[in-house]
Write a protein that binds this ligand. Structure first.
Ligand code: NDP
Length: 285
């Protein structure tokens, strides 16, 4: 049974006027890619935003799924990420163009520096970030990337980039779920005009058995995953849950038909314990 109208997805404006759909589908390695799941999300659930990275090793397969969906390129929002092994001016430009070729795309809607630490020896992280960012600025000016941003950047990384470069990142993609609520960083991003995007919204599944989340799910007759995704989008955070299973992809899209109330939001706020389920960039200089 098809649900073509499942998703009527709001968008969040970037500082350059583009609109990023607030809900996207994550992809990743370690069992995180499913061709059928991606095609289903695009053709049956109304998903128009896909998040990927060169690091995930699924660019070519994802390119095929996008083509198979039959959707016009202009209807889609495709985010890709530059791996730190490709940092540096020339390497970054080459990696972006190679990723486009791998996916059969002429441009990315958003291209992110994946991580604040450089894996290339000899220069400081700050120097490498600035040099790499200049390559992204050029890719942006050339139209290869319609928006550029960073991922896992904390306030000190963003402050340095601001001093060193001219284009303010359009987006910062950071871990965000009920156990990880970086309010200071979110506030900083809002003040600087950087859209805050959250990854691992289900804490890789860890949050789904939390009693508070389960209680709120029962109250709204929704699933714990829907509560977490709803909480994230209701906070204005661009959200990219990942599932390889069609029924969960559909479940994760159905978060625009209900609202959490103040009591729910207050209860979830108390769940922050600072844990990271992906990476913790705190010690990256
Ligand atoms: P998520 O929080 O999205 O959790 C994914 C896990 O939850 C998978 O094991 C999935 O299993 C399971 N799951 C999904 N939906 C449901 C559901 N409705 N009910 C029960 N279980 C469910 O974690 P991710 O780390 O995958 O983050 C999402 C995306 O964020 C990634 O795919 C990637 O695009 C991005 N990301 C970015 C990072 C960065 O450094 N910039 C780092 C990490 C992630 P199954 O697939 O079997 O359904």
């Amino acid at each position: 049974m098809a649900f073509p109208q499942v998703l009527s997805c709001p968008a969040v404006p970037l500082s350059n006027g583009l609109q990023i759909p607030i809900l996207g589908l994550g992809t990743s390695y370690h069992g995180g890619y499913s061709h059928d799941g991606v095609v289903y999300a695009l053709t049956e659930c109304g998903i128009r935003h896909i998040d990927t990275a060169k690091r995930y090793g699924c660019e070519e397969m994802l390119g095929k799924a996008i083509k198979e969906s039959g959707l016009p390129r202009s209807d889609l929002w495709i985010t890709n990420k530059l791996w730190p092994g490709d940092y540096g001016y020339r390497a970054a430009k080459k990696a972006c163009l190679d990723s486009c070729a791998e996916m059969g795309l002429e441009y990315f809607d958003l291209y992110l520096m994946h991580w604040p630490e450089s894996l290339r020896p000899g220069r400081s992280n700050r120097e490498m970030r600035a040099e790499t960012w200049r390559a992204l600025e050029e890719l942006y000016n050339e139209g290869v990337c319609r928006a550029i941003g960073v991922s896992n950047f904390l306030v000190h990384h963003l402050d340095q980039l601001k001093e060193d470069c001219s284009v303010v990142p359009h987006v910062n993609q950071v871990e965000y779920h009920p156990f990880q609520q970086p309010y200071h960083l979110i506030e900083y991003c809002r003040q600087e005009g950087i859209v805050f995007e959250g990854y691992s919204p289900l804490a890789k599944g860890q949050v789904l058995s939390n009693p508070t989340v389960c209680r709120i799910a029962e109250k709204h007759k929704r699933t714990p995953a829907q509560i977490c995704i709803r909480w994230s989008v209701q906070n204005g955070v661009v959200t990219i849950p990942k599932s390889t299973k069609k029924e969960r992809v559909l479940e994760n899209c159905r978060v625009f038909e209900f609202e959490l109330d103040k009591e729910d939001i207050d209860s979830i706020k108390k769940l922050h314990d600072g844990r990271h389920v992906s990476w913790d960039p705190t010690n990256v200089e």
